[in-house]
Design a binder for this molecule. Structure first.
Ligand SMILES: [Mg+2]
Length: 234
């Protein structure tokens, strides 16, 4: 009955404690900015710690990373072309492999989905990462052939829990909500919006502490448990 699995990335496929590397990666972003631009600028640390506002121009969950970069530079009297903003964004996108590690069973779960003929989408809130850069991360892990499409909030201009993130993934897979299950570690950003659209939802436990009235269809502690859950819905 289900034909696709949508996976959250941070805290779901990747271990949460490695996904939130905080200041370590701020410093790495500054280093990459120096390399990409071939100089040092006093605003590098501020860009590396770019805030993620909850809303943009009054729209909740709207994401406009490139506009936020440009605004931060303008506040410091620096104007940048679209091309320069894009180079800054790309420099701040540290390859996942440098620090993030998959959860137990994550790569095996992706391969299991592929082997069972299920479509796989990654549906991920990010600040810096395009789908192409995310795919490069999974290519480096040897799992790119398991992934049919990637929707990042940077590309979509919306962040989960906004329904556009899930709708885009389903549209790219040419599937309807009842044909898909969302697997995520956030009750608020993954489970509730997916269920509201008519998808099934599996919650994977993590330190993420968001709450929701909406109950998931299944709860797992590790990705190693996912195949047995999905088997019931095939
Ligand atoms: Mg997550």
């Amino acid at each position: 009955m289900i034909r696709a699995v949508l996976f959250d990335v941070g805290g779901t496929l990747l271990r949460e404690e490695t996904y939130l590397l905080g200041t370590t990666w701020d410093e790495r972003r500054v280093q990459r900015l120096r390399e990409a631009l071939g100089r040092d600028e006093p605003w590098f640390p501020a860009v590396a710690r770019l805030p993620e506002p909850e809303e943009h121009e009054g729209q909740a969950h709207r994401q406009e990373t490139r506009i936020w970069i440009r605004s931060l530079l303008l506040e410091r009297g620096v104007s940048a072309t679209d091309e320069e903003v894009e180079r800054i964004r790309a420099a701040c996108c540290v390859p996942s492999l440098e620090g993030e590690r998959p959860r137990d069973g994550a790569l095996e779960a992706l391969r299991w989905c592929k082997a069972r003929g299920l479509k796989v989408a990654l549906v991920t809130n990010v600040l810096w990462r395009t789908a192409a850069e995310s795919l490069a991360d999974w290519t480096a892990r040897g799992a790119a052939d398991c992934i049919d499409t990637i929707v990042t909030s940077l590309d979509a201009h919306w962040r989960k829990p906004h329904p556009a993130m899930f709708e885009l993934a389903l549209s790219e897979l040419h599937l309807t909500p009842p044909e898909a299950v969302m697997v995520g570690n956030s009750r608020a950003a993954d489970v509730a919006p997916a269920k509201a659209l008519g998808l099934r939802a599996v919650l994977i436990r993590s330190a993420e502490g968001s709450t929701s009235e909406t109950q998931p269809d299944a709860v797992i502690d590790e990705m190693t448990e996912l195949p047995a859950v999905l088997e019931r819905w095939l």
